[in-house]
Design a protein around this ligand. Sequence first.
Ligand code: NIG
Ligand code: FE
Length: 416
Amino acid sequence: MLTGCQQLLTLHGPAPKRGRALAEPGIIRDAAVLVRDGRIAAVGRRRDVSRLAEARRAKKLDLGGRVVLPGFIDSHTHLIFPASRAHEYEMRIAGATYEEIARAGGGILSTVRKLRSARTAALKQRALESLRQMAAHGTTTLEAKSGYGLDLASELKTLVLLRELRRGQPLEIVSTFLGAHVVPREHRRRPDDYVELLVRRMIPAVAREGLAEYCDVYCDRGAFTVEQARMILTAGRVCGLTPRIHAEQITRTGAARLAVELNAASADHLEKINSRDIRALAGSNVVATLLPGCCFHLGLKEYPPARKLIEAGAIVALATDYNPGTSPTLNMQMILSLACTQMRMTPAEAIAAATINAAYSLGRHTRIGSIEVGKDADLAVFDVADYREIPYYFGVNHCWMTIKRGNVAYGAGPKS
Ligand code: NIG
Ligand code: FE
C-alpha cells in the first residue's frame, strides 16, 4: 500500500476528456493506494483505505508527502534512432530551416542512412538508455514508431527490436509502422513506386508478423500527399493496423480532415490547422496530439491552437515526439511546461492530456491513464508540494519514483 500522498490526481471519470472535463483532475489529499497483483485494489483518503482488512496486512511504502499522478503516457515517439543530429541544430541556429536541411540531404534521410548500417545491438543500447531516462522522468507507457529504415529489412529490424525491448525493461511499448516517413533516396524519382511498395509488400509483411498496432504517415510538403496518405492508411486498416497521422506541421495539407475521414486514432502536430479543421476534429473521436517540443526545439513562434481545440471540444493529448530532428526530448514534464506557457493550457489540462487522453489515443484508456480501482498500478511520484509545481519549476526532473504495474521502475523503494 502506498501512503503519504500529499496530493493524488486520479483523473477519474469518463474517458476521453473534452472541454471542461479536461480541467478536473480529481484530487485526493492525504491519499493512499492499495495495490494487488499490479492493479489498483483501492484508492482514496488514507484513513478510509487503511481501514480495509487487506490494507492492514499489506506492505507499506510511505511516499513522504509527495504528489502522485498516473504515469505519463508518451503517445508519439521515434524511440529508435542511431545518433543525434546536433550539427543540424547548429545549422538552424545559424539560419537554415528544417526543410532546407532536409532538401540538402540532411534531416530524416541522414538518420535513415545511419540506421540502415547500424548494428541492432548498438540501436538497442541507445534505446534502453532512452527507456531508462523515460522511466526516470515519470513515463510508464510509450508509443514508438519505425520510420528511419524505409526499406523492408530495415523497418523490420526496427520493429523486431521494439518487440524485443518489451522484455527486459519495465515500460510498456506500443509499436507503430511509419514506413511512410519520407520517400527514400532510391525511390526519389518515382515516389508512387514507394507508395506501391508500402501498400503491397511492407504493410502486409508488418501486419503478418504482428509487429505493429498502428500505421502512421508523415503527410506534409516534402513527404507524402493526402492522396498517398489515404492509400497507405487504408491499406494499413485492411491489414488491421489503425491509422495515426503526422498532420499540418509545416503546411496545411488537409491531413487532419483525412484523419477524421478515416477515423484515425490520432492526428499529431496540427500547428497549421484552421477553424474548420478544429470543428471537424472536435466532432470526431480523433485525438488531437500536440507536440510543443517541436516548436520549441525548431525555435518556431507558432504553437498549435490548444485553447481553440479544447474550447471546441476536441480530445487533446500531449506527447514528446522524441526524435533527433525536431524534438530531442523524452521529458514529459518539459512538455507540460511548454503546454502551459506557450499554449495556455492549465497544469491540470496538460496532465490530463499527457495521461488519460493519451491512453485513449493508444486504445488503452480502460486499463491505464488514471488512478482508479481495477486499472494497472502505473504511477509517477513527484518531489513537489503541489502538482502545479511540476510545470512551474521547469527544466528539472521532479520525478522521485515511477511505478509500472505495481513494481518500482525508477527510484528508491523495494525492487521487485
Ligand atoms: O514528428 N516530421 C516528421 N517526423 C518527425 C521528425 C523526424 C526527424 O526529423 O527525424 C516529427 O517531427
Ligand atoms: Fe513524429
